[in-house]
Design a binder for this molecule. Structure first.
Ligand SMILES: NC(=O)c1ccc[n+]([C@@H]2O[C@H](COP(=O)([O-])OP(=O)(O)OC[C@H]3O[C@@H](n4cnc5c(N)ncnc54)[C@H](OP(=O)(O)O)[C@@H]3O)[C@@H](O)[C@H]2O)c1
Length: 246
C-alpha cells in the first residue's frame, strides 16, 4: 500500500502502523531526506503527489492508497487538498482501494474545506472502492477518550475541539483498517473518540454506517450546499475525467 502525505503527522503513523502490520508499505515523499522519518525497511518513493507524471514508481502495483496530505492555508488548499487526489487517480493503472482523510466540518464552506470536499467527490466519482474519514481535532482527546465514534451528516460546525477529538494514532488505525474491510467500503464518516476504551474490532462500527448512495458525489446525509452548477468548470472536467479510472 502507498501512503500519500507520508511525512505528515498522520501519514507517519499510517506508515509505521502499516509496516508493523506487515503491509508492503510505500511512503511517498517530495524530499528524499525524509526517509529517516520511517521504520527501516519502509520503501520510500520520491515524487510529487500533485504531478501524475512523477507517480509511476509509487503506484506500480499498489492496490491500496491512503491519502493523508493536507494544509491549513487557504491559498495552498487546491494544491495540497485536491491536486494529489486528482493526480493519483489520473496515474493509476490498476484498480486500488482508497482511504482518504479529509476533516470533520468539511461541508462548512471555507476554501480549505471546499477543496477537500472536491477531493472527496473525485474519489466517489472514480468508481473505485473507497472509505472517506473525516477526523475531529487531532490529539485533543483526554487520556480516557479512546472509544471511537463514527458520525455521518457532518453536523458539528463549531470549528473548535467541542466538535470532537481523536488521537492521530487512532486516525491512522481507522484509515488502515478501512483498506481491508468490506464493511467500510463506499462509506464516509466523521471520526471522534469519546470516554471509554478503544474497540479491538472496527468492523461493527463500519457496519453500522450508511453507505454513500451509488452514483452520488456527496456523502450520505451531507447538506446539499455545494451545487454543481456553481462549481468551477475545471473541477467539473476533473470529475468527468476520473470516471475513466481503471
Ligand atoms: N489538526 C487537526 O485537529 C485536524 C483535524 C482534522 C483535519 N485536519 C487536517 O489535517 C491537515 C493537516 O494534517 P497534518 O497536521 O498531518 O499536517 P502536516 O503534518 O503538516 O502534514 C502535511 C502533509 O501534506 C504534505 N504536503 C504539504 N504541502 C504539499 C504540497 N504542496 N504538495 C503535496 N503534499 C504536500 C506534506 O508533505 P511535505 O513534507 O512534502 O511538505 C505532509 O506530508 C489539514 O488539511 C487539516 O485541515 C486537521
Amino acid at each position: 500500500m502507498l501512503v500519500i502525505g507520508a511525512s505528515g503527522s498522520i501519514g507517519r503513523h499510517v506508515v509505521a502502523q502499516a509496516f508493523r502490520a506487515g503491509f508492503e508499505t510505500r511512503a511517498l515523499v517530495r524530499d528524499p531526506s525524509q526517509a529517516s522519518l520511517f521504520p527501516d525497511g519502509t520503501h520510500v518513493v520520491v515524487g510529487d503527489p500533485s504531478r501524475a507524471d512523477t507517480l509511476g514508481d509509487a503506484l506500480a502495483g499498489a492496490t491500496g492508497i491512503v491519502f493523508t496530505q493536507g494544509t491549513y492555508r487557504d491559498e495552498d488548499a487546491e494544491q495540497v487538498n485536491y491536486r494529489p487526489v486528482r493526480a493519483v487517480l489520473d496515474a493509476l493503472n490498476i484498480p486500488a482501494r482508497i482511504a482518504l482523510m479529509t476533516a470533520l466540518g468539511v461541508t462548512k464552506p471555507t476554501p480549505g474545506h471546499d477543496w477537500k470536499r472536491r477531493g472527496e467527490r473525485l474519489v466517489r466519482a472514480s468508481g473505485l472502492p473507497y472509505t472517506i474519514v473525516r477526523p475531529g481535532w487531532f490529539d485533543y482527546n483526554e487520556p480516557d477518550e479512546h472509544r471511537l465514534v463514527m458520525l455521518q451528516g457532518d453536523r458539528r460546525w463549531a470549528s473548535d475541539p467541542s466538535d470532537g477529538v481523536v488521537s492521530r494514532a487512532q486516525i491512522a488505525q481507522v484509515l488502515l483498517a478501512s483498506l481491508t474491510s468490506e464493511a467500510a467500503s463506499g462509506k464516509t464518516f466523521e471520526l471522534v473518540a469519546e470516554q471509554g476504551r478503544a474497540q479491538d474490532d472496527l468492523d461493527p462500527l463500519f457496519t453500522s454506517l450508511r453507505a454513500d448512495p451509488n452514483g452520488t458525489l456527496d456523502a450520505v446525509l451531507d447538506r446539499d450546499n455545494m451545487p454543481f452548477d456553481r462549481e468551477p468548470s475545471p473541477v467539473l472536467a476533473d470529475l468527468e475525467a476520473v470516471r475513466r479510472c481503471p
